[in-house]
Write a protein that binds this ligand. Sequence first.
Ligand SMILES: NC(=O)c1ccc[n+]([C@@H]2O[C@H](COP(=O)([O-])OP(=O)(O)OC[C@H]3O[C@@H](n4cnc5c(N)ncnc54)[C@H](O)[C@@H]3O)[C@@H](O)[C@H]2O)c1
Ligand SMILES: O=P(O)(O)OC[C@H](O)CO
Length: 371
Amino acid sequence: MDYDRSKVLVFGAGNFGSCLADHLADSFHTVYLWSRDEKIVRHFNQYHRNPEFLQDHVFPESITAVGPEFPSESIIRHVDVLLFAIPTEGVRETLTALKPRLDEKNLPLLIFVNKGIEISTHALTLEIIVDTCGPDIAKVAAFISGPSFAKEIVERQPTSVSVASLSKKHAERASQLFHQPWFRCYTGDDPIGVELAGALKNVYAIAAGMSDGLGFENNTRAMLITRGLAEMSRIGTAYGASPLTFLSLAGVGDLFLTCSSSTSRNYTVGYRLGKGEKLDYIIETLGSVAEGVTTAKALRTIISKLDVAAPIATAVYEVLYEGGDVAEKAKLLMNLPPIREIDLPDGAGKPAQQLLKKLELDSVEYETTSS
Ligand SMILES: NC(=O)c1ccc[n+]([C@@H]2O[C@H](COP(=O)([O-])OP(=O)(O)OC[C@H]3O[C@@H](n4cnc5c(N)ncnc54)[C@H](O)[C@@H]3O)[C@@H](O)[C@H]2O)c1
Ligand SMILES: O=P(O)(O)OC[C@H](O)CO
């Protein structure tokens, strides 16, 4: 596979699919952009603009929009890379349609950029890939996640992301494909952690938006980001992901971005809820996907199954799905009993042992609690 000039088929011509098609075409790759919306396909090929998303942007003429029919076997077998930029709820359906069209002996690189958990199965995308395409394809899939608003990428604002795969070679290939002076990629081998981080940060962005919508300011947002990160790491560790992944671009990087900007759709959903709007109306008028809404529901079940404490995610779920009052939930969170701040994995890192020893304070023991 020649990564100087690859042929890429992008599934999904929404904000992010269009943005990444633009990025790759600008790097001289041959790009096909699939949309199931005939109007987008026609308009894109005629005017090199997307009539629904990133409307102000003029795209390179070299991008060919295809659709609305599902891409044919001939185009799928013609490309080197399949890039999936559709919401998580559409991934199973897309991969099921894709599987019979793949050439098993000459597989393309599969890259996923969605950030969510499937609502009916509570599955991560890695699990959906195994279910629909089998483990051999899941082993070589790559996942890209991190602080990356589409609007800022098309403006070529310096951006960095995490790229993870169980296969080092495929993580490096995906990284090489996207890496540019305005777009840095950092590779890693914890796709589950990267996926979870990307999905969970959306739920905490809803919480941060709610807080701002209620009129709270910087202290409260910083508290939500930090305690949200603690919840994310706790859930991720219970899943078997590396706790360090939550300190990456996909973790704290994206959490910080999404919790602190009205560009975020998830933050916006929370903000509008905080202002008293109804969820159905917000979703109807948002014009784009906010994955945190469905992820909050899947996460509620995961939290109970794993038996981990995640009071912020639980409060978000209760507002979204049980008619909970935002201000009431905020009050309840603030009235939880005081707890130890940092949860440490068993046996790890008693804080600053050497210094404590020097100060002869090493015999003082903290009780280990985790909640
Ligand atoms: N927008 C961003 O800045 C950004 C950045 C990073 C990651 N993401 C992630 O990328 C994914 C897509 O986000 P987006 O911003 O492009 O959303 P969007 O709402 O702008 O567009 C989604 C696109 O997917 C299509 N789609 C929806 N369901 C589909 C299905 N079942 N089959 C085929 N196509 C389907 C829609 O028609 C639409 O064109 C999400 O998981 C999001 O979290 C978005
Ligand atoms: O608009 P949001 O909330 O879906 O966030 C977009 C990206 O995930 C930011 O990295």
